[in-house]
Write a protein that binds this ligand. Structure first.
Ligand code: ZN
Length: 311
């Protein structure tokens, strides 16, 4: 049988100030901060995870806040646009909400769907789209109630240096179904009900540069560790180099750079964010992997505090 990912597990972006990032995604967009931890590869900085009430795969947007680091450039080799799904009938609420925060947005129609397009404070391109599929988030925060709250990812638009090769990989290796073509975009779909639509922009945008305000990588779902090893062999058989498995505490990860220069990750659904703190208290405390616990005091003193209060 053809191997198929269920779709997007998480998307990780580089941003500037962590509190500004938390204010925007937590308080304006109403996502739940489900994990406050450090970047395991750069432990002096945060890694923040936002999602639905429990941070289900397909709902998780994560950030490396790099403070005053250099600004990146959105372009080929990156996720260019991240799309969030909201319940049917919720776009009116979001128009009013964005206006209320003086956030400019643009209405666009794509593949027959109306979307609201806007940028986050660091310049990341975001969109909201209504989708009937997918469970409503039960997280109720800062005036964003479950009937209008972001459910998770609607999908992502990939800016590739080689649209044909990226499209081929999505279809033949990742097992997504090609479902449409419009205005220079190829659309793919997975079997999941969230994080399931991926567009590939066929036009070249100019090469992207990683830095503040750009997406670092996109992760696809693997059912478990065995499935992930299966993916590793499957992708290597296609001729791409894949990293060894890395323990990210809340999932295991493997990485590879695809032919269109995007950094892809395959992440396991388990164990999830309740692995080290109770669901009721997700995101409240700085959580550290075991090997960094001995440095907790130093890390807590050096990282700027993040407050997550309702507006
Ligand atoms: Zn990742």
């Amino acid at each position: 049988m053809k191997k198929q990912t269920l779709g997007i597990h998480h998307i990780t972006a580089v941003v500037g100030d962590p509190q500004r990032n938390a204010n925007f995604y937590g308080r304006v967009l109403g996502l739940r901060l489900v994990k406050k931890t450090i970047n395991f590869d750069d432990p002096g900085t945060y890694h923040l995870y936002f999602g639905d009430q429990d941070g289900k795969p397909g709902t998780i947007m994560t950030f490396f806040p790099w403070g005053n680091a250099y600004k990146g450039k959105i372009g080929d080799g990156q996720v260019g646009v991240t799309t969030f799904a909201v319940p049917t009938g919720a776009l009116g609420f979001w128009e009013e909400r964005l206006s209320g925060f003086n956030l400019p947005f643009e209405k666009k129609t794509r593949f027959g769907e109306e979307t609201l397009a806007f940028d986050d404070p660091d310049g990341l391109h975001l969109e909201l789209v209504e989708r009937a599929q997918g469970d409503n988030s039960t997280w109720n925060f800062s005036g964003v109630t479950p009937d209008v709250a972001i459910k998770g990812f609607g999908g992502a638009t990939l800016f590739s240096t080689n649209g044909d090769k990226t499209a081929e990989l999505l279809e033949d290796v990742m097992g997504l179904e090609r479902v449409g073509e419009e205005d220079g975009l190829l659309r793919f779909r997975s079997q999941a009900d969230i994080g399931n639509i991926v567009d590939v922009k066929m036009e070249r945008m100019g090469i992207g540069q990683i830095g503040v305000g750009t997406v670092h990588h996109i992760a696809w779902r693997a059912a478990d560790d065995a499935d992930q090893l299966d993916w590793k062999q499957h992708i290597e058989a296609w001729g791409l180099g894949v990293t060894p498995v890395q323990d990210r505490n809340y999932f295991n990860a493997i990485y590879f750079r695809e032919y269109g220069e995007l950094l892809f990750e395959i992440a396991t659904d388990p164990p999830g964010f309740a692995a080290d703190e109770e669901v009721a208290h997700l995101g409240e405390r700085l959580m550290l992997p075991e090997q960094f616990e001995q440095h907790r005091e130093k890390l807590e003193a050096s990282l700027p505090p993040i407050r997550m209060t309702e507006l």
